[in-house]
Design a protein around this ligand. Structure first.
Ligand code: E4P
Length: 218
């Protein structure tokens, strides 16, 4: 499963890229607004693309098809790694189709139902992003949606990649893998939680205590 980092924070992206842990990055307007300050968001997207050699999702902010297509073209022109994120609305699906016809990769975002995911695949989306955590937030079963999309895409041979999104804790990531999601995007905190285990810490402490008894270094 591909791991994407869900952030526009370059320091966090560099930190994860150092050990080659991430295959790409996803952003959204809220994440970009957190880090941009006075900077042009387009410069931030370009810098992320220089750090990570993989898909970098950058989202349109227009609401109608024409504006989304025009913004999508501009975003795609920034760097080959850019994937244009469009919302799962009627105009978003039409913009997706138009961008895909021009050879521009898309990520159909804000997906909350299996019927929406079907339309994202029909529109030729490169990725579809089911928002697991936000469904859990309203007492739904977010992972159930990922499971259903996997089943439908496999039933009919759609090659749109399932990008499990809005993941809030390590079990979301584990369940995404078990279901067979193609990719999972997660905040830096969740990525580093994947590495943690109390028995690793305990074992390391014991090894180092024993080594100290030798009174030597390597
Ligand atoms: C995905 O592309 C989104 O940026 C993200 O996963 C949303 O997560 P949130 O629901 O935690 O904001």
């Amino acid at each position: 499963m591909k791991i994407f980092l869900d952030t526009a924070d370059l320091a966090e992206i560099r930190r994860a890229a150092e050990a080659n842990l991430i295959d790409g990055v996803t952003t959204n307007p809220s994440l970009v607004s957190k880090v941009a300050g006075e900077r042009d968001p387009k410069e931030i997207y370009k810098e992320i693309c220089e750090v990570v050699d993989g898909p970098v999702s950058a989202e349109v902010v227009g609401l109608d098809r024409e504006t989304m297509v025009s913004e999508g073209r501009k975003l795609a022109a920034l760097h080959d790694n850019i994937v244009v994120k469009v919302p799962l609305t009627e105009d978003g699906l039409k913009a997706c189709r138009a961008l895909v016809a021009e050879g521009i990769r898309t990520n159909v975002t804000l997906c909350f139902s299996v019927s929406q995911a079907l339309l994202a695949a029909k529109a030729g989306g490169t990725f579809v992003s089911p928002f697991v955590g936000r469904i859990d937030d309203i007492s739904g079963e977010g992972m159930q949606l990922v499971h259903q999309i996997r089943q439908v895409y496999d039933n009919y041979g759609y090659d749109t990649e399932i990008l499990a999104a809005s993941l809030r804790h390590p079990m979301h990531v584990v369940e995404s893998m078990l279901i067979g999601a193609d990719c999972a995007t997660m905040p830096p905190k969740v990525l580093w939680q994947l590495a943690q285990h109390p028995l690793t810490d305990k074992g390391l402490d014991a090894f180092l205590e024993d080594w100290k008894k030798l009174g030597t270094t390597l």
